[in-house]
Design a binder for this molecule. Structure first.
Ligand code: NAP
Length: 245
């Protein structure tokens, strides 16, 4: 059994699934969190096991602190440590500002920002005690530049960037790093719903002129988790084909 463990929230699909498999390939034991997609999460753990590591799936709504704490306890009981936390769970509820309800706004903030806070808070004590740990938060270019119809999502992702920097400052003396990845437009079910017209509009803003693949984000997460990134903290790494520069 490997002695390194990664906990990936929203690990059943898209970027989270790619992270789970990329870390399994690198020899990490993997905990695949899911909110609703139980069977998909179990399938990911099976694929991880086929790569020769230990893996299990655990349901927890990241917006609920007690569910997150139970997930972290189970992980620590099973594997003994959490070396890497990838806060990847995220949702969108797009609408123009005039039509966006308070509920649309707070639902997105609850999963994306509060959920990230809950997971960080829950792993911080064991990481501080171990005097090591890597926290990687999935932000977005939208948190840097905003977007029409995504005031809630942009606020959540901008919040994640600010949270990342504060956590990085607070935990640096304990050798725990905290960084964010800001993906651009990555081919997942989150972007599959966009119309061809919207997609071609987006591609016009991407110098590399294509959507990114989930694995291209996962490899950056693996780098940030590795010893090669020991002196990197509080950073936002864009994986966006040059969209924001
Ligand atoms: P995705 O496939 O829809 O993944 C989102 C994941 O979040 C799902 O696995 C979902 O799991 C999980 N999730 C949703 N609500 C949850 C909750 N309450 N508790 C726990 N997990 C929950 O989309 P994706 O594109 O891979 O997105 C992954 C992350 O990257 C998100 O944070 C997203 O904002 C960010 N991102 C994506 C893009 C892009 O272009 N795709 C760009 C920038 C940033 P369940 O189905 O089990 O609920």
């Amino acid at each position: 059994m490997s002695n390194l463990t990664v906990l990936v929230t929203g690990g059943a699909s898209g970027i989270g699934k790619a992270c789970a498999l990329t870390f399994a390939q690198a020899g990490y034991n993997v905990v695949v969190n899911y909110g609703h997609s139980e069977q998909a999460a179990i399938d990911v753990t099976k694929q991880c096991s086929e790569l020769g590591v230990e893996a299990f799936a655990v349901k927890a709504d990241v917006s609920k602190k007690d569910e997150v704490d139970a997930m972290v306890d189970l992980t620590l009981k099973t594997f003994g440590s959490i070396d890497v936390l990838i806060n990847n769970s995220g949702i969108t509820k797009d609408n123009l500002l005039l039509r966006m309800t308070s509920e649309d706004f707070s639902d997105v903030l609850d999963v994306n920002l509060l959920g990230t806070f809950h997971c960080i808070k829950s792993v911080v004590k064991p990481m501080m005690k171990a005097r090591k740990g890597k926290i990687i938060n999935m932000a977005s270019v939208i948190g840097q530049i905003g977007n029409v119809g995504q005031a809630n999502y942009a606020a959540s992702k901008g919040g994640i960037i600010a949270l990342t920097k504060s956590v990085a400052r607070e935990l640096a003396s304990r050798n725990v790093t905290c960084n964010a990845i800001a993906p651009g437009f990555i081919q997942t079910k989150m972007t599959d719903v966009l119309s061809d017209e919207v997609k071609s509009g987006i591609l016009g803003q991407v110098p590399l002129a294509r959507l990114g693949q989930p694995e291209e984000v996962a490899k950056v997460a693996l780098f940030l988790a590795s010893d090669a990134a020991n002196y990197i903290t509080g950073q936002v790494i864009n994986v966006d084909g040059g969209m924001v520069m």
